[in-house]
Design a protein around this ligand. Structure first.
Ligand code: FES
Length: 87
């Protein structure tokens, strides 16, 4: 079961759960859920390759190479480490 380390907390992503649901439990804020507002922008410190590819919405959003939008993370194959600052 993949693990998400999110700032100073860690949680497993249960089978059948989207990573963004785990991000929410760990304290991430969401607003639009459509890759538009950027509320869920996060830095991927380790494991970028373990997520689904960036979505069209993320490619349209001004993101650094090590950044993702949490609401656009639908799949996780292995452990990741995330840094997230609340807006
Ligand atoms: S919640 Fe708006 S971009 Fe993710």
């Amino acid at each position: 079961m993949p693990k998400i380390t999110f700032n100073d907390k860690t949680a497993d992503v249960p089978d059948g759960e989207n990573p963004y649901e785990t991000f929410e439990k760990l304290g991430m804020n969401f607003s639009c859920f459509n890759g538009i507002c950027g509320t869920c922008k996060m830095k991927v410190v380790n494991g970028m390759e373990n997520f689904n590819s960036k979505t069209e919405e993320e490619n349209d959003f001004p993101l650094e190479d090590d950044e993702r939008l949490g609401c656009q993370c639908f799949k996780l194959n292995d452990d990741v480490e995330i840094e997230y600052d609340e807006w």
